[in-house]
Structure formats: C-alpha cells, structure tokens
Write a protein that binds this ligand. Structure first.
Ligand code: DC
Length: 218
C-alpha cells in the first residue's frame, strides 16, 4: 500500500501533480484545501463570517461536510481562499478535518492499494509515515500568473491585468504568511520530503521528476 503526501504553497502545481499521479497510478486523490474552502464557502453563504463563535460555527459545518459536494460548489474564489486560510488556524476545526482526511486515506488504501493527498500539513501531520513526500513551491510572481491564467479573463487594458496580478500577489503573500506562521501544523516541508521548485518547469516535467523518484524507490 502506497501513501503519497504532497504539500506546498498555493498555485505551486501541487494539485495538478496530485491529479496526474492519480491518473498514472489509479489511486484516489484528495485536495485537502477543498475541505477548508468548503467550510469557508458555507460561512460566507450563510452570512456567518462576523459571528463571535466563528470557530464553533466552522466546526458545525465541518461535521456535516460531504465529500461529494466538494466538486459541485465554486470554491475557487479569492474570498473563499482568504477565509479558508484564516479558519485553518482553528485547532478544533483542524481536528475534525484531519480525521476526515485520515478516513479517506484508510478507505482508499484498502480499496485501491494507495492514496494521494495534497495540502499544507500532509507530510508533517496527516501522513507522517507516507512512502513518498513532496514539497512543491515556486516564485510568488509565477504562482500569481498561473492563478490569473486559470481565471481566463480577457483584459481590455494592460493596466487592469497588472492591477489584478498585483492583487493576486498580495493575497498569496498574505496567505503564505498565515499558512506558514500559524502555531498548529504550519506549512513547512517535512524533514524527509523531496523539495521541488516549479518556477521554471511545466506540469509534465514535474510529473516526470516525481514519477522517476517513485519508480526508483518502489
Ligand atoms: O490548497 P488551497 O489553496 O486550496 O488551501 C486553502 C487554504 O486551506 C490554505 O490557505 C490553508 C488551508 N489548508 C490547510 O491549512 N491545510 C491543508 N492540509 C490544506 C489547506
């Protein structure tokens, strides 16, 4: 049974890598950021952001979170990302979501012989004994450019594009800061992780690199 843990910064290429590895090895893949995003999305939808009991309300949503709904909702907005990073500092919320991730891992391994998880604390906290750990990162500018491309916006003026890129860079810098400096399960490479910088490589090259590491050690 094989566990593959992928961690890294936003838009570093870790999600695309997770999906490609899942296709290659036929192991289920979970983007664990979607769990935090889904809870954030529910808080925004139900207008519960300003509640004094934000942690408790987040936990209530997390308890009833259904994995099937992760695909249906638009969880990729900047507002959702920002709030997801904020609530990800709540210890009780992390406990609930950690259990869900571990359950997914155990049932996937039983059924399919392996599992791939990506997030911020997979190699350090969720799967500390993973067979393979990867930490994926890239420069802030290239990550913001990737996010901008994903948004598929046609700009009328070059200045608007520059402004949007700058806003994305600011959001990402702030999110990196929150994710890396929180007390519980901060974003840091596990000691035994392969650290890969994707600033100047494309998703196919990343897959080749990672698959080569896996094949050599398998
Ligand atoms: O991977 P993402 O950008 O979709 O994640 C959104 C936020 O969720 C991220 O800023 C921090 C949080 N997160 C986390 O704390 N732990 C994880 N394993 C995954 C995501």
């Amino acid at each position: 049974m094989i566990e593959i843990a992928i961690d890294g910064t936003a838009a570093s290429g870790k999600g695309t890598l997770g999906k490609k590895l899942s296709d290659k090895y036929s192991f289920p893949y979970l983007d664990t950021g979607l769990l935090y995003r889904k809870v954030a999305h529910e808080l925004i939808k139900d207008n519960k952001i300003n509640t004094t009991k934000l942690e408790q309300t987040s936990c209530d949503f997390a308890m009833i979170l259904n994995f099937k709904e992760l695909k249906n909702t638009n969880l990729r907005t900047e507002d959702v990302a920002k709030l997801a990073s904020k609530i990800a500092t709540f210890p009780n919320l992390r406990k609930i979501l950690n259990n869900k991730q571990k359950e997914f891992n155990n049932s996937s391994k039983k059924k399919f012989g392996g599992c791939i998880l990506d997030g911020r604390d997979i190699g350090t906290t969720i799967l500390p004994n993973a067979d393979f750990k990867f930490y994926i990162t890239a420069s802030l500018e290239i990550r913001a450019k990737r996010r901008l491309l994903e948004k598929n916006i046609s700009f009328l003026h070059e200045n608007d594009e520059k402004c949007m890129l700058q806003a994305l860079m600011n959001n990402m810098r702030e999110r990196d800061r929150l994710d890396s400096n929180r007390k519980i399960s901060p974003l840091i490479p596990a000691k035994d992780a392969y650290v890969i910088d994707t600033t100047s490589i494309n998703p196919e090259e990343l897959l080749l690199k990672v698959a080569d590491i896996i094949e050599r050690k398998k």
